[in-house]
Structure formats: structure tokens, C-alpha cells
Design a protein around this ligand. Structure first.
Ligand SMILES: [Mg+2]
Length: 292
């Protein structure tokens, strides 16, 4: 199959058309018209063969789903509504038929669910599969949820349950918390998504906010089949981690998704985290942690 055939087939795929996308696949660039009084937020994520998945273990549909889910999770963390994505894909020639169809089927099924339009991208031949997904979302001007807004006395919450991904290895596809992120706009003082594990991600949030945190192991919502270590350090949960002042009522549920208070912001000084009163070492997934 030639690149032009793949692009033509992509253009024929049934997908959600976001009104902001004036021109999508087929031209040199996509044309997107910003709504007045809104900010755009952007994120990009790699999904790499033999790093994030293997062709033997993972179906193309699951890889397509996960590639978009990672970026959508970042859009959710900012409290934004998804607008459009660009997907660049490099792959060996022998995957250009059925595999590529499965990949885009998985990606576009999730895209329709979250009302995001695939507006373009790039295709290339390479000896391994490399996926890069860029996503754009919109928020009302100045209303993006940031990591840097946590204050002394704030409560700390997480959505859903933690540790499921570490305990099950992809058996449950990640569900980006886009609706929850939007609902938390104007409520949360700080927010981020949990991609690399609670211990590491909470440290990042505290560093950006210039605060310290205390969390309680008995409060952490651990997924069935997972243990405390997986809930703290497992990563890939794609739940939201947020803070809010005590004066703000955070709902117990958003839709069917539970929110749980796991601790509080206790210091204005160091980004130190304690678990049940003892220092918690950030031990989640650091992409360069194995490099010297
Ligand atoms: Mg993130």
C-alpha cells in the first residue's frame, strides 16, 4: 500500500468533526479556528515499540487506543475540552495493511468518544513502530488547571483507583478522565494526571507548587488485585491527582467515577512527601532513571 492510499483511506474514516477544525486531513496543514475568549493547551506523547509495547503482546487496536489515551489524559489534567490531534506514525512496510487499520480503529474509536478530530499527521517507513500523538484542547481564557496552584491547607484527592495498570499490564485500556477534568475546572487549585505513579507525580505537583504533602496509606483507593506499592509507584493509571482548599466541596463522584481524599498540603517549604508520617521516596517511573 502506498502512502497516498493510506491517507485516502484515513480521510474516508468515520470520525468526529470538531467545529473548530476548518480543514483536516488532505492539505499541507490543518486549519483550526480558535474560539474567542479561550486558551489552547497542547501536549505530545511518544508510544514506542519495545519500550511501551511489543507487536507480539499487544493488538494494534490497543496500541492506537493507548497512544491517544496518554495525550487525552494530559488534556483532562488541564481541565480542557479536546479539539484536535495530529498523529505521526512510522512502521515497517509489512504492517501497512491490516495492522494500520486496527491501529486507527482503536485510536478513532476513543477519539469519537471524546469528540476529538484527527486533523493530520505524518507517515513514514521504519524498522520499528514509532507513534507520536499531539493533542490540542481548549479551556476558557485563564482557566487551565495547573500543577502550580496547590496551597498550604489544601486537601489532596485522586479519581478512581490506583495500581490497576501495574497489577494487570494492559488488560484494562486506560480511560482518560476528560469529563472529570472539565468538571474540576474552577474547583481544583492544582491538577495533573497520574502517568508515572503517585509518589513521583505528587512530588512533581508539590515541586511546581512549592509545597509539601502528607498522605495516608489507609486512604489510598487501591485497585482490586493491586497492592500499596503498585498504587504508590506503579504508574500508567491515568487517573487525576488534584488539590482543593477545604472551603471547596469536591464531589464524591463525577458520573460513576469516585474521588477520594488521600491527604493534605502541610508545608509551604519543601516538596517533601510523607506517607503515614514517614518520608516517601518518589519511586515511580522516571524515563531517564536508568541512565547514568
Ligand atoms: Mg501528564
Amino acid at each position: 500500500m502506498r502512502e497516498t492510499d493510506i491517507v485516502r483511506r484515513l480521510g474516508e474514516l468515520r470520525q468526529y468533526r470538531n467545529r473548530a477544525v476548518i480543514e483536516g486531513i488532505g492539505d499541507d496543514c490543518a486549519v483550526v479556528r480558535p474560539a474567542p475568549d479561550s486558551d489552547f493547551v497542547f501536549t505530545t506523547d511518544f508510544v514506542l515499540e519495545d519500550r511501551h509495547f511489543t507487536l507480539k503482546e499487544h493488538k494494534p487496536e490497543a496500541i492506537g487506543h493507548k497512544a491517544l489515551a496518554r495525550s487525552l489524559s494530559d488534556l483532562a489534567a488541564m481541565g480542557s475540552e479536546p479539539v484536535f490531534c495530529l498523529v505521526s506514525l512510522a512502521l515497517p512496510a509489512n504492517l501497512a495493511g491490516k495492522w494500520i487499520d486496527g491501529f486507527y480503529k482503536g485510536l478513532l474509536t476513543l477519539a469519537r468518544e471524546h469528540k476529538i478530530t484527527l486533523a493530520g499527521g505524518d507517515l513514514s517507513r521504519f524498522d520499528k513502530v514509532i507513534v507520536d500523538v499531539m493533542c490540542c484542547g481548549r479551556v476558557p481564557k485563564g482557566k487551565a488547571l495547573l500543577r502550580s496552584g496547590a496551597n498550604l491547607g489544601d486537601n489532596i484527592y485522586v479519581t478512581g483507583v490506583l495500581g490497576a495498570a501495574a497489577a494487570s499490564n494492559w488488560s484494562r485500556p486506560p480511560e482518560p478522565r476528560v469529563a472529570a477534568g472539565r468538571r474540576l475546572r474552577g474547583l481544583a487549585s492544582a491538577c495533573m494526571d497520574l502517568s508515572d505513579g503517585l509518589s513521583l507525580d505528587l512530588t512533581r505537583l508539590c515541586t511546581e507548587s512549592g509545597v509539601g504533602a502528607e498522605i495516608l496509606s489507609a486512604s489510598i483507593p487501591i485497585a482490586r488485585g493491586a497492592n500499596l506499592d503498585q498504587a504508590l509507584n506503579g504508574g500508567e493509571d491515568y487517573e487525576l491527582l488534584l488539590t482543593a482548599p477545604p472551603s471547596v466541596r469536591i464531589p464524591k463522584k463525577i458520573g460513576t467515577l469516585p474521588l477520594t481524599r488521600i491527604g493534605g498540603i502541610i508545608s509551604r517549604k519543601k516538596p517533601a512527601i510523607t506517607l503515614d508520617g514517614y518520608p516517601l521516596r518518589p519511586a515511580g517511573f522516571d524515563h531517564f532513571g536508568d541512565m547514568k
